[in-house]
Design a protein around this ligand. Structure first.
Ligand code: ADP
Length: 366
Protein backbone atom coordinates (compact mmCIF):
# COMPACT_ATOMS: atom_id res chain seq x y z
CA UNK A 1 0.00 0.00 0.00
CA UNK A 2 1.20 3.29 -0.91
CA UNK A 3 1.60 5.73 1.79
CA UNK A 4 0.30 9.04 0.87
CA UNK A 5 3.02 11.55 1.25
CA UNK A 6 2.36 14.02 3.93
CA UNK A 7 2.07 17.47 2.51
CA UNK A 8 5.10 19.42 3.54
CA UNK A 9 4.36 22.91 4.61
CA UNK A 10 6.92 25.37 3.28
CA UNK A 11 9.14 26.63 5.99
CA UNK A 12 8.69 30.32 6.27
CA UNK A 13 11.69 32.43 7.07
CA UNK A 14 11.15 34.56 10.11
CA UNK A 15 9.86 37.94 9.01
CA UNK A 16 12.16 40.88 9.38
CA UNK A 17 10.85 43.33 11.91
CA UNK A 18 8.47 45.60 10.00
CA UNK A 19 9.90 48.91 11.18
CA UNK A 20 13.43 48.09 9.98
CA UNK A 21 12.19 47.32 6.49
CA UNK A 22 10.05 50.42 6.54
CA UNK A 23 12.91 52.73 7.55
CA UNK A 24 15.24 51.33 4.88
CA UNK A 25 12.60 51.68 2.21
CA UNK A 26 11.78 55.22 3.26
CA UNK A 27 15.42 56.20 2.89
CA UNK A 28 15.67 54.56 -0.54
CA UNK A 29 12.43 56.12 -1.79
CA UNK A 30 13.40 59.58 -0.55
CA UNK A 31 16.86 59.27 -2.08
CA UNK A 32 15.30 58.40 -5.44
CA UNK A 33 12.92 61.37 -5.58
CA UNK A 34 13.83 64.19 -7.94
CA UNK A 35 12.45 67.07 -5.87
CA UNK A 36 14.33 68.12 -2.73
CA UNK A 37 12.89 66.46 0.39
CA UNK A 38 13.70 66.78 4.09
CA UNK A 39 12.28 64.55 6.82
CA UNK A 40 12.36 65.94 10.37
CA UNK A 41 11.65 64.08 13.59
CA UNK A 42 9.54 65.63 16.33
CA UNK A 43 12.68 67.28 17.76
CA UNK A 44 12.97 69.23 14.44
CA UNK A 45 16.13 67.30 13.57
CA UNK A 46 16.73 66.36 9.92
CA UNK A 47 16.62 62.58 9.59
CA UNK A 48 16.54 62.22 5.82
CA UNK A 49 17.67 64.58 3.09
CA UNK A 50 17.87 63.37 -0.49
CA UNK A 51 20.51 64.32 -3.03
CA UNK A 52 18.33 67.04 -4.54
CA UNK A 53 18.00 68.64 -1.08
CA UNK A 54 21.74 68.49 -0.50
CA UNK A 55 22.32 70.08 -3.91
CA UNK A 56 19.84 72.81 -3.14
CA UNK A 57 21.13 73.59 0.35
CA UNK A 58 24.72 72.93 -0.62
CA UNK A 59 25.72 71.33 2.71
CA UNK A 60 25.27 68.38 5.06
CA UNK A 61 21.95 68.55 6.83
CA UNK A 62 21.52 65.12 8.43
CA UNK A 63 21.19 65.19 12.24
CA UNK A 64 21.12 68.98 12.28
CA UNK A 65 18.25 70.96 13.69
CA UNK A 66 16.14 72.66 11.00
CA UNK A 67 17.00 76.04 12.56
CA UNK A 68 20.65 75.41 11.64
CA UNK A 69 19.71 74.45 8.08
CA UNK A 70 17.26 77.13 7.02
CA UNK A 71 17.48 80.86 7.30
CA UNK A 72 13.87 81.39 6.33
CA UNK A 73 11.97 82.24 9.54
CA UNK A 74 8.60 81.82 7.81
CA UNK A 75 9.44 78.19 6.94
CA UNK A 76 10.68 77.45 10.47
CA UNK A 77 7.50 79.02 11.90
CA UNK A 78 5.49 76.95 9.45
CA UNK A 79 7.13 73.72 10.74
CA UNK A 80 5.99 74.66 14.26
CA UNK A 81 2.51 75.46 12.97
CA UNK A 82 2.25 72.04 11.31
CA UNK A 83 3.28 70.27 14.55
CA UNK A 84 0.82 72.37 16.58
CA UNK A 85 -2.17 72.32 14.22
CA UNK A 86 -1.52 68.88 12.67
CA UNK A 87 -2.44 70.45 9.34
CA UNK A 88 -0.31 70.65 6.18
CA UNK A 89 1.23 73.98 5.11
CA UNK A 90 2.00 75.19 1.63
CA UNK A 91 3.97 78.38 1.06
CA UNK A 92 6.74 80.13 -0.78
CA UNK A 93 10.31 80.90 0.19
CA UNK A 94 13.09 82.83 -1.46
CA UNK A 95 16.70 81.66 -1.16
CA UNK A 96 18.91 84.66 -1.84
CA UNK A 97 22.33 83.00 -2.26
CA UNK A 98 24.36 82.03 -4.21
CA UNK A 99 21.82 82.53 -7.03
CA UNK A 100 18.37 83.77 -6.07
CA UNK A 101 15.88 80.91 -6.08
CA UNK A 102 12.14 80.85 -5.63
CA UNK A 103 10.85 77.74 -3.89
CA UNK A 104 7.43 76.37 -3.24
CA UNK A 105 7.43 74.41 0.02
CA UNK A 106 4.95 71.83 1.24
CA UNK A 107 5.13 70.67 4.87
CA UNK A 108 3.13 67.59 5.83
CA UNK A 109 2.78 65.91 9.20
CA UNK A 110 3.97 62.30 9.57
CA UNK A 111 1.50 60.08 11.43
CA UNK A 112 0.34 61.73 14.58
CA UNK A 113 3.22 64.12 14.92
CA UNK A 114 6.28 61.83 14.84
CA UNK A 115 7.81 64.18 12.34
CA UNK A 116 7.19 66.25 9.23
CA UNK A 117 8.16 66.00 5.57
CA UNK A 118 9.25 69.13 3.74
CA UNK A 119 8.86 68.85 -0.02
CA UNK A 120 10.51 71.63 -1.97
CA UNK A 121 9.82 72.56 -5.58
CA UNK A 122 12.13 74.94 -7.40
CA UNK A 123 9.82 77.48 -9.05
CA UNK A 124 12.60 79.89 -10.11
CA UNK A 125 12.11 79.16 -13.81
CA UNK A 126 8.31 79.51 -13.57
CA UNK A 127 8.70 82.80 -11.63
CA UNK A 128 11.22 84.13 -14.13
CA UNK A 129 8.97 83.16 -17.05
CA UNK A 130 6.04 84.89 -15.36
CA UNK A 131 8.13 88.02 -14.81
CA UNK A 132 9.34 87.98 -18.42
CA UNK A 133 5.79 87.51 -19.62
CA UNK A 134 4.48 90.46 -17.62
CA UNK A 135 7.47 92.62 -18.68
CA UNK A 136 6.66 91.69 -22.27
CA UNK A 137 2.97 92.59 -21.90
CA UNK A 138 3.97 95.91 -20.28
CA UNK A 139 6.42 96.61 -23.12
CA UNK A 140 3.90 95.80 -25.85
CA UNK A 141 1.24 97.96 -24.19
CA UNK A 142 3.70 100.82 -23.88
CA UNK A 143 4.82 100.47 -27.51
CA UNK A 144 1.22 100.47 -28.74
CA UNK A 145 0.08 103.21 -26.41
CA UNK A 146 2.35 105.95 -27.76
CA UNK A 147 1.22 105.80 -31.42
CA UNK A 148 -2.36 105.33 -30.22
CA UNK A 149 -2.18 108.43 -27.99
CA UNK A 150 -0.73 110.39 -30.91
CA UNK A 151 -3.59 109.25 -33.16
CA UNK A 152 -6.21 110.17 -30.56
CA UNK A 153 -4.63 113.57 -30.02
CA UNK A 154 -4.69 114.34 -33.76
CA UNK A 155 -8.26 113.12 -34.16
CA UNK A 156 -9.37 115.46 -31.36
CA UNK A 157 -7.46 118.37 -32.91
CA UNK A 158 -9.00 117.68 -36.31
CA UNK A 159 -12.46 117.52 -34.79
CA UNK A 160 -11.92 120.76 -32.88
CA UNK A 161 -9.40 123.58 -33.38
CA UNK A 162 -8.02 122.41 -36.74
CA UNK A 163 -11.42 121.61 -38.24
CA UNK A 164 -11.23 124.23 -40.94
CA UNK A 165 -7.46 124.43 -41.31
CA UNK A 166 -6.75 122.65 -44.58
CA UNK A 167 -2.99 122.86 -44.30
CA UNK A 168 -2.90 121.54 -40.71
CA UNK A 169 -5.24 118.72 -41.75
CA UNK A 170 -2.83 117.57 -44.47
CA UNK A 171 0.09 117.68 -42.09
CA UNK A 172 -1.72 115.84 -39.30
CA UNK A 173 -3.09 113.16 -41.61
CA UNK A 174 0.46 112.46 -42.78
CA UNK A 175 1.64 111.97 -39.24
CA UNK A 176 -1.42 109.88 -38.46
CA UNK A 177 -0.73 107.47 -41.29
CA UNK A 178 2.86 107.10 -40.06
CA UNK A 179 1.69 106.34 -36.52
CA UNK A 180 -0.90 103.85 -37.80
CA UNK A 181 1.80 102.17 -39.90
CA UNK A 182 3.98 101.94 -36.83
CA UNK A 183 1.22 100.11 -34.97
CA UNK A 184 0.67 97.78 -37.94
CA UNK A 185 4.41 96.99 -38.13
CA UNK A 186 4.53 96.26 -34.44
CA UNK A 187 1.57 93.88 -34.68
CA UNK A 188 3.10 92.16 -37.75
CA UNK A 189 6.40 91.69 -35.90
CA UNK A 190 4.66 90.40 -32.79
CA UNK A 191 2.77 87.86 -34.86
CA UNK A 192 5.96 86.76 -36.69
CA UNK A 193 7.76 86.38 -33.40
CA UNK A 194 5.04 84.26 -31.82
CA UNK A 195 4.73 82.10 -34.96
CA UNK A 196 8.48 81.42 -34.97
CA UNK A 197 8.54 80.67 -31.25
CA UNK A 198 5.71 78.15 -31.62
CA UNK A 199 7.62 76.28 -34.36
CA UNK A 200 11.06 76.62 -32.78
CA UNK A 201 11.34 72.98 -31.67
CA UNK A 202 10.82 71.64 -35.22
CA UNK A 203 13.76 72.30 -37.54
CA UNK A 204 12.65 72.99 -41.15
CA UNK A 205 13.75 70.55 -43.81
CA UNK A 206 13.41 72.26 -47.23
CA UNK A 207 16.38 73.14 -49.42
CA UNK A 208 16.65 76.91 -49.79
CA UNK A 209 18.87 78.65 -52.31
CA UNK A 210 20.35 81.51 -50.27
CA UNK A 211 21.85 83.10 -53.37
CA UNK A 212 18.38 83.65 -54.85
CA UNK A 213 16.97 84.81 -51.49
CA UNK A 214 19.72 87.44 -51.16
CA UNK A 215 19.37 88.56 -54.79
CA UNK A 216 15.63 89.14 -54.29
CA UNK A 217 16.10 91.04 -51.04
CA UNK A 218 18.86 93.27 -52.38
CA UNK A 219 16.66 94.07 -55.41
CA UNK A 220 13.81 95.11 -53.13
CA UNK A 221 15.88 96.98 -50.54
CA UNK A 222 18.18 98.80 -52.95
CA UNK A 223 15.47 101.47 -53.38
CA UNK A 224 15.45 102.08 -49.65
CA UNK A 225 19.26 102.17 -49.66
CA UNK A 226 19.19 104.74 -52.48
CA UNK A 227 17.04 107.02 -50.29
CA UNK A 228 20.08 107.27 -47.98
CA UNK A 229 22.49 107.35 -50.89
CA UNK A 230 23.72 103.89 -49.94
CA UNK A 231 24.62 100.93 -52.10
CA UNK A 232 24.02 97.22 -51.52
CA UNK A 233 26.94 95.04 -52.68
CA UNK A 234 26.14 91.34 -52.93
CA UNK A 235 29.21 89.13 -53.25
CA UNK A 236 28.42 85.55 -54.32
CA UNK A 237 31.63 83.61 -55.12
CA UNK A 238 31.42 82.21 -58.70
CA UNK A 239 27.80 83.37 -58.79
CA UNK A 240 26.86 79.89 -57.70
CA UNK A 241 23.83 78.60 -55.81
CA UNK A 242 24.37 78.09 -52.06
CA UNK A 243 21.84 75.70 -50.56
CA UNK A 244 20.85 75.57 -46.92
CA UNK A 245 18.36 73.52 -44.97
CA UNK A 246 15.52 75.77 -43.97
CA UNK A 247 12.25 77.58 -44.47
CA UNK A 248 12.46 79.98 -47.39
CA UNK A 249 10.11 82.65 -45.95
CA UNK A 250 11.89 82.67 -42.60
CA UNK A 251 15.37 82.84 -44.13
CA UNK A 252 14.13 85.74 -46.24
CA UNK A 253 12.92 87.46 -43.09
CA UNK A 254 16.31 87.01 -41.35
CA UNK A 255 18.25 88.72 -44.16
CA UNK A 256 15.56 91.32 -44.75
CA UNK A 257 15.80 92.38 -41.10
CA UNK A 258 19.61 92.38 -41.07
CA UNK A 259 20.02 94.25 -44.35
CA UNK A 260 17.24 96.67 -43.40
CA UNK A 261 19.09 97.38 -40.11
CA UNK A 262 22.38 97.82 -41.99
CA UNK A 263 20.67 100.47 -44.14
CA UNK A 264 19.02 102.13 -41.11
CA UNK A 265 22.14 102.20 -38.93
CA UNK A 266 24.79 102.54 -41.66
CA UNK A 267 26.14 105.98 -42.58
CA UNK A 268 24.68 107.73 -45.63
CA UNK A 269 26.92 107.52 -48.73
CA UNK A 270 28.43 104.19 -47.65
CA UNK A 271 27.74 100.63 -48.80
CA UNK A 272 26.26 97.56 -47.18
CA UNK A 273 28.35 94.53 -48.13
CA UNK A 274 26.71 91.13 -48.17
CA UNK A 275 28.92 88.08 -48.73
CA UNK A 276 28.28 84.34 -48.86
CA UNK A 277 30.89 81.75 -47.89
CA UNK A 278 30.93 78.02 -47.16
CA UNK A 279 31.89 76.59 -43.78
CA UNK A 280 33.50 73.16 -43.32
CA UNK A 281 31.54 72.90 -40.12
CA UNK A 282 29.12 75.11 -38.21
CA UNK A 283 30.41 76.68 -35.01
CA UNK A 284 29.77 74.09 -32.22
CA UNK A 285 28.27 71.57 -34.63
CA UNK A 286 29.90 68.98 -36.79
CA UNK A 287 27.89 69.67 -39.96
CA UNK A 288 28.89 71.71 -43.02
CA UNK A 289 27.34 75.12 -43.32
CA UNK A 290 26.86 78.30 -45.29
CA UNK A 291 27.61 81.69 -43.72
CA UNK A 292 26.31 85.08 -44.80
CA UNK A 293 27.99 88.26 -43.54
CA UNK A 294 26.06 91.53 -43.58
CA UNK A 295 28.50 94.39 -43.05
CA UNK A 296 27.61 98.04 -42.61
CA UNK A 297 29.82 101.09 -42.29
CA UNK A 298 27.89 102.78 -39.51
CA UNK A 299 28.56 103.95 -35.96
CA UNK A 300 29.24 100.44 -34.70
CA UNK A 301 27.90 98.95 -31.49
CA UNK A 302 29.51 99.22 -28.08
CA UNK A 303 30.57 95.75 -26.89
CA UNK A 304 28.38 95.93 -23.78
CA UNK A 305 25.21 96.07 -25.90
CA UNK A 306 26.04 93.12 -28.15
CA UNK A 307 24.80 90.28 -25.90
CA UNK A 308 21.47 92.09 -25.39
CA UNK A 309 20.70 93.11 -29.00
CA UNK A 310 18.43 90.12 -29.63
CA UNK A 311 16.25 90.80 -26.57
CA UNK A 312 12.74 91.91 -27.43
CA UNK A 313 12.47 95.71 -27.49
CA UNK A 314 16.15 96.23 -26.66
CA UNK A 315 17.35 99.32 -28.49
CA UNK A 316 20.58 101.22 -28.03
CA UNK A 317 19.03 104.52 -29.02
CA UNK A 318 15.27 104.37 -28.66
CA UNK A 319 14.52 107.67 -30.36
CA UNK A 320 16.72 106.80 -33.34
CA UNK A 321 15.14 103.38 -33.73
CA UNK A 322 11.67 105.02 -33.67
CA UNK A 323 12.49 107.67 -36.26
CA UNK A 324 13.89 104.92 -38.46
CA UNK A 325 10.57 103.08 -38.14
CA UNK A 326 11.99 100.27 -35.97
CA UNK A 327 9.88 98.10 -33.68
CA UNK A 328 12.72 96.76 -31.54
CA UNK A 329 11.72 93.21 -32.48
CA UNK A 330 13.72 92.64 -35.68
CA UNK A 331 16.74 90.99 -34.08
CA UNK A 332 14.59 88.97 -31.65
CA UNK A 333 12.84 87.49 -34.70
CA UNK A 334 16.24 86.84 -36.33
CA UNK A 335 17.48 85.05 -33.22
CA UNK A 336 14.46 82.74 -32.97
CA UNK A 337 14.47 81.89 -36.68
CA UNK A 338 18.17 81.02 -36.55
CA UNK A 339 17.61 78.92 -33.41
CA UNK A 340 14.82 77.06 -35.22
CA UNK A 341 17.22 76.38 -38.10
CA UNK A 342 19.88 75.14 -35.63
CA UNK A 343 22.18 77.87 -36.99
CA UNK A 344 24.28 80.56 -35.31
CA UNK A 345 24.33 84.38 -35.19
CA UNK A 346 27.59 86.17 -34.56
CA UNK A 347 28.01 89.96 -34.19
CA UNK A 348 31.29 91.76 -34.53
CA UNK A 349 31.54 95.52 -34.31
CA UNK A 350 34.08 98.33 -34.19
CA UNK A 351 32.98 101.70 -32.87
CA UNK A 352 33.11 104.31 -35.58
CA UNK A 353 33.75 101.65 -38.26
CA UNK A 354 30.66 99.49 -38.47
CA UNK A 355 29.21 96.10 -37.71
CA UNK A 356 29.13 92.62 -39.24
CA UNK A 357 26.19 90.34 -38.52
CA UNK A 358 27.15 86.78 -39.55
CA UNK A 359 24.53 84.07 -39.91
CA UNK A 360 25.59 80.42 -40.24
CA UNK A 361 23.06 77.85 -41.39
CA UNK A 362 23.36 74.10 -42.01
CA UNK A 363 24.16 73.39 -45.68
CA UNK A 364 21.93 71.07 -47.68
CA UNK A 365 22.87 69.06 -50.76
CA UNK A 366 20.47 69.68 -53.55
P1 ADP B 1 14.90 98.09 -34.35
O1 ADP B 1 13.54 97.91 -34.86
O2 ADP B 1 14.99 99.07 -33.23
O3 ADP B 1 15.93 98.29 -35.42
P2 ADP B 1 16.14 95.50 -33.93
O4 ADP B 1 15.71 94.38 -33.05
O5 ADP B 1 16.26 95.22 -35.37
O6 ADP B 1 15.17 96.70 -33.62
O7 ADP B 1 17.54 96.02 -33.40
C1 ADP B 1 17.69 96.29 -32.02
C2 ADP B 1 18.69 97.42 -31.79
O8 ADP B 1 19.99 96.98 -32.18
C3 ADP B 1 18.42 98.65 -32.62
O9 ADP B 1 17.52 99.50 -31.99
C4 ADP B 1 19.81 99.27 -32.72
O10 ADP B 1 20.05 100.01 -31.55
C5 ADP B 1 20.73 98.05 -32.70
N1 ADP B 1 21.19 97.65 -34.06
C6 ADP B 1 20.66 96.70 -34.84
N2 ADP B 1 21.35 96.59 -35.99
C7 ADP B 1 22.35 97.50 -35.94
C8 ADP B 1 23.42 97.89 -36.81
N3 ADP B 1 23.57 97.30 -37.99
N4 ADP B 1 24.27 98.87 -36.39
C9 ADP B 1 24.10 99.46 -35.20
N5 ADP B 1 23.12 99.13 -34.32
C10 ADP B 1 22.25 98.18 -34.68
Amino acid sequence: MLFRKKKVEPVLKPERPKEVAAINETGAVIAALADPILVLDNQRVVKHANKAALNLFGRVLIDKNIVQCLRQPNVIDAVEKVFASKKDWIGEAKFPAPVERHLSIHIALIGNGEGVVLTVRDTTLVKRTEEMHSDFVANVSHELRSPLSALMGFIETLQGPAQDDREARERFLNIMIQEANRMARLIDDLLSLSRVQIQEHVAPDDAVNVTVVLQNITDILSLKAMDRNMKLNLNVPNNQAYWVQGDSDQITQVFQNLIDNAIKYGKPDTSVDIAIRTLDRLPDRNVPGVAVDVRDHGEGINEKHIPRLTERFYRIDKARSRTMGGTGLGLAIVKHIIARHRGRLHVESKLGKGTIFSVSLPAKNN
